[in-house]
Design a protein around this ligand. Sequence first.
Ligand code: UT7
Length: 326
Amino acid sequence: MRAGIIGIGSYLPDRVITNTELEKTVDTTNEWIMARTGISTRRTAESHISSSDLGFEAAKIAIENANLEPKDIDMIISVSSSPDYTFPATACIIQDKLKATNAAAFDIQAACTGFVYGLTTAVQYIMSGQFKNILVVGSEVLSKMIDWQDRNTCVLFGDGAGAVVVSQVETGGVISTILGADGSGAKLLEVPAGGSREPASFETVKNRRHYIKMNGNEVFKFAVRVLEDCTRKVVKKANLNLSDIDFIIPHQANIRIIDAALKRLNFPKDRVMINLDKYGNMSSASIPVALHEALHTGRIKKGHKVVLVGFGAGLTWGAVLMDWNL
Ligand code: UT7
């Protein structure tokens, strides 16, 4: 018996921000952003929209795609890096919007690795037989957590949502998973204020400490290392070789990170999903949105061996290897 994805959905807000628009607000150029990141545009949600709103839209599509009703969902796991609140959990807000009245609901915080952590957690509950249908939602309104005056970060991130329904499957499904963390790198990528370490105050707001801060160079090196390492480990754990893998869906942070990791893996780029040029880094939403697009465009087919691989703040990393079952 295996667990697998039986439904998928994604949702992106309409508003597109181009690099040229950013040139007007911070000291940057389209050329710099394209050359250093590969990002051309990103989406941003309207001011009244939060992560649960985008997550709800993606979840509706995923549940419909699974031929289920919201009341069939037993558990909702939200993995947002930009949750609606510290508490209650964004998963509870999504549960209420969906009227998924039979679902338990909780959040996981693993930043950009959130979707891989959430999917892996869902797989365990399915395999234990405790739950039948689990919704995993990666939804982000990072535009509200970015310092739009900080050129080091504001060019990188975007808003969006992706969701999957995980259930028991007869063929295919998740073959192997790995998760990891190194909290000694916590300071490399953080939102310093707003929690119990640095509660919100006039000073924290004045010093812009509620926004994302990142040591880009260090995160870059870490990302290349774990993308390669995680992919190798999850493949090995399944007793497979890299040559058995049909498609890789990496976290969409920077094209140079993906290129460097692929070079180390000696894996062909035409079998890798890349859509960061359109959406930037959508943290926990990047992998499910990319997965949905890969399916839609026919790049993933039933029977393909697919690796999802993520990395992010924490520091965290993880990968899931699936025999694609849809
Ligand atoms: O999802 C989780 C994780 N996040 C990531 O994976 C991000 C990982 N890091 C990166 O993608 C890259 O490190 C960045 C895209 C953030 C930065 O690229 P880089 O090639 O590492 O550039 P850098 O930080 O070494 O900066 C080079 C120069 C600096 O100027 P000086 O000090 O050489 O004069 C920066 O101030 O580029 C400058 N710079 C910019 N210039 C124009 C930084 N951001 C910009 C910008 N426009 N937006």
